[in-house]
Design a binder for this molecule. Structure first.
Ligand SMILES: CC(C)(COP(=O)(O)OP(=O)(O)OC[C@H]1O[C@@H](n2cnc3c(N)ncnc32)[C@H](O)[C@@H]1OP(=O)(O)O)[C@@H](O)C(=O)NCCC(=O)NCCS
Length: 186
């Protein structure tokens, strides 16, 4: 299944496209975002960082890898990408199966929680995934909070080097059983 377009009350999640490169380059090339991320992300961020990232992801999709790649767009906005969610259901990477970021001007309005809620519904109801793992630097309070608000259960720590110097990452598990149970009681 390809990455579907998903609408929430304030957002459109649509498939990542090469035309998103300028907006992603502008928003993602920000130390306040990158400092929370693993050192596998380049910093200083190269001028063609977004374009290379998008090409690499589209190539994976074209060659049949199971990758879901959304950009977040405000329904009330001009259509530009203001964030990204990636989901790799079958990845065995200790960092987990999902990544996300949002442009700094839009933080702390519940937007990523809203987007992840919709993505979880897609992952468990449409894809039928049983469970997956996610992670964040121990210092990343906002990312931890999004996980706590979207059904993730803390399962331990892994060693992982981050740009802010943090060497520990929290590991979380999100299960279909918990997610569907949560939805039916909310
Ligand atoms: C993580 C990120 C996507 C969150 O997006 P967001 O739309 O702001 O998230 P939400 O508004 O849905 O939730 C953020 C929560 O963190 C809380 N929070 C944020 N900073 C906080 C802080 N310094 N101390 C305590 N709580 C904090 C907010 O209050 C909110 O919780 P609440 O709803 O209980 O009040 C965004 O901060 C980001 O892009 N960060 C940089 C990249 C990143 O860290 N990506 C994840 C890597 S694992």
């Amino acid at each position: 299944m390809g990455t579907p377009t998903i609408q929430t009350s304030r957002l459109i999640l649509r498939p990542l496209a090469l035309s998103d490169a300028p907006a992603i380059q502008r928003h993602f090339n920000n130390w306040n975002i990158i400092r929370h991320l693993a050192t596998v992300v380049p910093w200083p961020y190269p001028d063609d960082g977004a374009e290379s990232f998008i090409k690499q992801q589209l190539e994976k999709i074209a060659t049949g890898e199971e990758v879901y790649q959304w950009v977040l767009v405000l329904r009330s906005g001009d259509g530009e990408a203001i964030g990204n969610i990636a989901f790799y259901p079958t990845a065995k990477d200790p960092k987990g199966n999902r990544g996300f970021w949002l442009a700094e001007p839009y933080w702390n309005r519940g937007l990523m929680t809203e987007a992840i809620t919709a993505v979880n519904d897609f992952v468990f109801c449409a894809l039928g995934v049983e469970s997956f793992y996610v992670g964040n630097a121990v210092s990343n309070v906002a990312s931890r909070r999004v996980k706590q608000k979207t059904g993730a259960e803390f399962v331990g720590y892994i060693e992982l080097s981050h740009h802010d110097g943090q060497t520990k990452s929290e590991r979380w598990k999100v299960t279909r059983e918990n997610w569907l149970g949560r939805s039916s009681t909310s």
